[in-house]
Ligand binder design. Structure first.
Ligand code: ATP
Length: 420
């Protein structure tokens, strides 16, 4: 079959790499892709936020299946346009993608199906929000309702911090995303991510992971898009996974179906685990980046069969073949990230790295110019390895990092510390 993957990050490189290994895949395209994907897929330069442009390409190249990687085309309704045109695709409708794009919507769904999550209040008025904060005290969490690229959340340790977050949000610091605010009870515990496919009715877990949000070793410094990840996440024991599927994910999927907006795609549940019990922090409606890289390395070629079963509403027929393995990815970023950073610095040594089923350098922000690989973003490479143990996977990944000659790049040296 002919397949088109939308996106350009490390997540999409990993998806393309795994899909390419499946014998069902004939021609493979990626739009727009990045410098690492050239040998796996044909890169095409179309506007992936334009449903018309995607549909036109699908028709021209007789594409049988479209995999939507990032959230932006989902929110832009590309999934809906493909559905309307009868094109098989992986990725939810814009209405179902509200599970990520609106925090108050997710809370409403949790209420409706009794899914455990932080207690909350929802406010469109600054004074009412402040009264709620004064009544409940700190620690407390203030969130802009809409998408704010991970920056619209303030975990306030003092009442003053929470009150000033309200002033910022209603003062327009997050544009329209801050016109409504959700104030949540602070949940203590350890965070982990759980990835579950849903075909609108049935669900199928496809792995657990933990990421590293802070830029510096020992979880210090500002938040980032993620500096590394590993899978599985030992904190998500089998018993807790079962609790999450039973009390959170299946009820969510059932409630979405009951409302006439079934969720088809991957639910990425951000969870807080305390005393052997998980509560929902948030949903995302796509694979995480860099969590996808470790999941794809563990799932390999079967991912195509899983995504197809999801799109064709036959998840109940399929099982995941798990190896007893561990994967870890180290993000290499441009110096200065997540603040200002330089683009265009040259990265050497990539062509000498192993490219096997258990060691891959997935590209994120890279570009090829005159046969050189240049950094073209903040997060640039995802050095990923798989082994029988997490400790071995970590050694393999950092061995690769050591072979890369990129003076203007950096990475965290402690990815995996929590599980090791
Ligand atoms: P992202 O998608 O980048 O993780 P987001 O903007 O969608 O962020 P959330 O995931 O809801 O926001 O919150 C970001 C982080 O804030 C969480 O990963 C968690 O560490 C912390 N957090 C959010 N809600 C709570 C809560 N109720 N109690 C404690 N910590 C919280």
């Amino acid at each position: 079959m002919n397949i088109l993957v939308l996106g350009s990050g490390g997540r999409e490189h990993a998806l393309v790499w795994a899909i390419r290994q499946n014998p069902k895949c004939d021609r493979l395209f990626v739009a727009p892709g990045n410098a690492g994907m050239g040998s796996l897929a044909r890169q095409v330069d179309i506007d992936i936020l334009s449903a018309d442009a995607v549909l036109e390409f699908v028709a021209a190249e007789a594409i049988d299946f479209v995999v939507i990687g990032p959230e932006a085309p989902l929110a832009a309704g590309v999934g809906d346009a493909l559905a309307a045109a009868g094109i098989l695709h992986f990725g939810p409708s814009a209405a179902a993608a509200k599970l990520e794009s609106s925090k108050s919507f997710t809370k409403e769904i949790c209420d409706a199906c009794n899914a455990p999550t932080a207690g909350y209040g929802h406010f469109t008025d600054a004074e009412a929000a402040k009264a709620h904060i004064r009544a409940n005290g700190a620690p407390i969490v203030v969130k802009a309702d809409g998408l704010a690229a991970g920056k619209g959340v303030v975990v306030a340790m003092t009442e003053e911090e929470a009150l000033s977050a309200i002033d910022d949000m209603f003062g327009g610091a997050f544009g329209a995303a801050g016109a409504e605010v959700v104030i949540e009870e602070f949940m203590a515990g350890e965070e982990a991510s759980f990835f579950i496919l849903s075909d609108g009715k049935s669900i199928l877990p496809v792995g657990t992971a933990q990421d590293h949000k802070r830029v510096g070793d020992g979880d210090t410094g500002p938040n980032t898009g993620g500096m590394g990840a590993y899978s599985p996440a030992p904190v998500l024991t089998t018993a807790i996974q079962e609790q999450v599927l039973r009390e959170i994910v299946q009820p969510t999927v059932d409630e979405m179906a009951r409302r006439g907006t079934p969720f088809k795609g991957v639910l990425y549940a951000g969870l807080m685990i305390e005393n052997g019990y998980a509560r929902l922090v948030e949903y995302n409606v796509r694979f995480g980046d860099p969590e996808c890289q470790v999941l794809m390395m563990r799932l390999g070629a079967q991912i195509l069969d899983l995504l197809l079963a999801c799109a064709e509403e036959r998840l109940h027929e399929i099982t995941v073949n798990w190896a007893d393995d561990h994967a870890l990815t180290v993000v290499m970023a441009a110096e200065g990230y997540p603040g200002d950073y330089k683009k265009g610095t040259e990265i050497r040594g990539l062509s000498a790295l192993p490219e096997t089923s258990s060691q891959m350098a997935f590209h994120a922000g890279t570009i090829e110019r005159e046969r050189k690989i240049l950094a073209n973003g903040g997060r640039v490479l995802n050095i990923t390895a798989r082994a029988d143990s997490l400790a071995e996977a970590r050694v393999l990944a950092y061995d690769m990092v050591d072979q890369i000659d990129w003076p203007e790049g950096f990475c965290r040296k402690d990815i995996g510390w929590r599980a090791l």
